[in-house]
Design a protein around this ligand. Structure first.
Ligand SMILES: Nc1ncnc2c1ncn2[C@@H]1O[C@H](COP(=O)(O)OP(=O)(O)O)[C@@H](O)[C@H]1O
Ligand SMILES: C=C(OP(=O)(O)O)C(=O)O
Length: 586
């Protein structure tokens, strides 16, 4: 174990970067060379993480289907070491990724919606290697058979890869209103009359079905109907028993199953519909990791779902989608009842004025952060990449903003579900997130102190107060001395708490629960690793160190912060929490 003197000298050698990586690059002739294609000079990385590291990297190209030619980002997963009980992915970087990074591992996680462009074995593997951390199944599309195939493929990937892990998120359709299926897109022209009917199966030049029987009752003459969050819009001119007659305001191509929102109104449907309950049962049967619950109006529905899950002994976490005026009104209670939230900007920006969306995004992220819940920013992040191989600069800024605001994860929807360039989209997301994170030195990442930590002083200390305090201090200490954190967890609780405090280096979360490894894939900065725990603490620690050394995540002589804590005590007899700084021995 490192002595106090050793730790002191460690801190002195590792000042956090202050000027930012770009400032360093820009002031250097290396920028010239980078722009003109000359090779980068090799530079010795500092002995311990925390300072700037110029990585010299190899070009990695993989063969891609169709139009998409992205390189791998998480790198190939190394085969299991003969003498090691775990294996980890190596970080291989493509030429385009050559840049100054202070930490080569991305902390912000990437959620990919799986659809027709990506539902094959080959594409799921490639998405995983390109940086996908969570696979999202949107139950608004496809059937149980097609979703089952995707779940089986992700599980097969997880079983094979060992070093990498993909969590599965089932997104409920919810009480959303959609137009029906159309054999081919219907062209809507500004000024023309167009009708929505509650009769099923209608699709003509002038009329399409709506999947919601009360649609005619809910809308009024003068209401604005938004298609696909405003890509097209219509004004209601009159109604009959079955039909809403409109005039097209902004035209476009109406495809199958498009979102319909009435500006300023929520549908009067229950948050969890009959179809949702069937899909939820399907999720229980398949042991998915997360539900993303659409159109949550209040905390009651979250409690109802959680009670149901408890009754079937299902350990599935509930992410609430914040996408309606009602969910904003009840934001605090909804998030507090949940296990995390998604800023579902598509419907949010249709129900509420679009200029509110960025402000609400920040508010939702801050609410989640203050309640120690993970938060996902979703929708349109790289929308132009559905059809184009490169993003708009505004989209790049959008990713940067979500990362700077502290989101745990950022999400791709159509980009990976039905886009032409799914792998390139993941690659862009990865690169932009990584670059943004590289500018976030410890000095500008302020952990949000939770009420538990803030109120702990002077109050009676509960176990959860103690854990929150402990995580906060551990993260601060690891930042100060510039060490990675190794945590041993059965319930995931201490890994999540540490993630909440956003330490500057990776949190290696060792768990003996396969399920926990999958769940932790969503959390900011956490690299989950499954490993059998021994009854002997020392034996387990050295297995973990060996595993990280084999995976080249640690080097001999480096220091690590090693944490034992959490709800269920492992190995500890007298202390409730335990942190040590250790030197990695070869
Ligand atoms: N499982 C699926 N099967 C078929 N198409 C899908 C599937 N998942 C997503 N898509 C397609 O990708 C698009 C974007 O995905 P997403 O944002 O999740 O859906 P939406 O915008 O319709 O809510 C969908 O509109 C749909 O065209
Ligand atoms: C993510 C969203 O929901 P969905 O894609 O399920 O409609 C959204 O509305 O932004």
């Amino acid at each position: 174990m490192a002595t106090a003197t050793e730790i002191g000298s460690l801190a002195a050698r590792n000042q956090p970067s202050s000027g930012g990586d770009w400032a360093y690059l820009a002031s250097s002739r290396r920028l010239d060379r980078a722009l003109h294609g000359a090779p980068w000079p090799r530079r010795k990385p500092p002995a311990v993480g925390g300072g700037l590291v110029v990585r010299f990297v190899n070009t990695t190209e993989t063969s891609e289907p169709a139009a998409d030619h992205a390189g791998t980002f998480n790198g190939p997963v190394i085969p299991e070491m003969p003498n090691s009980s775990c294996a980890l992915p190596l970080n291989n970087y493509s030429m385009e990724e050559m840049r100054v990074v202070s930490n080569p591992r991305r902390k912000t996680k990437i959620v990919c919606t799986i659809g027709p462009s990506t539902h094959t074995r080959e594409m799921i593997w490639k998405l995983a290697e390109a940086g996908m951390n969570v696979a999202r199944l949107n139950m608004s599309h496809g059937d149980h058979e097609s979703h089952q195939k995707i779940i089986d493929l992700v599980k097969e990937y997880n079983a094979q890869s060992k070093g990498n892990v993909i969590a599965i998120m089932l997104d409920t359709k919810g009480p959303e209103v959609r137009s029906g299926d159309v054999p081919q897109p219907i062209l809507l022209k500004e000024g023309q009359e167009f009708n929505f009917t509650i009769k099923r199966g209608v699709s003509s030049e002038h009329t399409v079905s709506v999947n919601y029987d009360d649609f005619v009752n809910d809308v009024e003459v003068g209401d604005i109907i938004l298609v696909d969050g405003g890509m097209m819009s219509l004004v209601v001119r009159s109604k009959t028993v079955n039909t809403v007659k409109c005039e097209v305001v902004d035209g476009g191509e109406l495809k199958s199953r498009r979102h319909l929102n009435v500006r300023g109104k929520s549908a009067t449907l229950p948050s969890i519909t009959e179809k949702d309950w069937e899909d939820i049962k399907f999720g229980v049967d398949n042991k998915v990791d997360y539900y993303a619950v659409s159109f949550v109006k209040d905390a009651k529905v979250v409690h109802e779902l959680k009670d149901y899950l408890k009754s079937c002994n299902a350990d599935i976490h509930v992410i609430v989608k914040i996408e309606s005026a009602d969910s904003i009104r009840n934001l605090h209670s909804i998030i507090s009842a949940s296990d995390g939230a998604m800023v579902a900007r598509g419907d949010l920006g249709a129900e509420l004025p679009i200029e509110e969306v960025p402000l609400l995004q920040e508010e939702i992220i801050n609410s989640c952060r203050s309640m120690e819940k993970p938060v996902i920013v979703a929708t349109n992040m790289l929308e132009s990449m559905v059809n184009h191989p490169t993003p708009t600069r505004a989209e790049v800024s959008d990713i940067t903003r979500a990362v700077q605001e502290g989101a745990d994860a950022i999400m791709l929807s159509g980009e990976t579900a039905h886009g032409k360039y799914p792998l390139k989209a993941v690659k862009v997301m990865h690169t932009v997130a990584l670059r943004t994170e590289s500018t976030q030195s410890t000095s500008n990442v302020h952990p949000i102190l939770t009420p538990a930590v803030q109120s702990a002083a002077g109050e009676e200390f509960s176990q959860s107060h103690m854990s929150a305090m402990f995580a906060s201090h551990t993260a601060t200490m690891a930042n100060t001395i510039g060490t990675p954190i190794i945590v041993f967890t059965q319930t995931g609780s201490m890994a999540k708490l540490l993630s909440h405090h956003r330490p500057s280096s990776t949190i290696f979360a060792f768990t003996n629960e396969e399920r926990m490894k999958q769940r932790l894939a969503l959390y900011h900065g956490v690299l989950p690793i499954h490993m059998k725990f021994s009854n002997d603490a020392e034996e387990t620690f050295s297995r973990a160190m060996k595993c990280l050394l084999d995976g080249q995540y640690l080097k001999k002589g480096e220091y690590v912060t090693l944490v034992q804590s959490g709800i269920r005590s492992i190995w500890r007899q007298e202390s409730t929490h335990h942190v040590q700084v250790r030197e990695v021995l070869g």
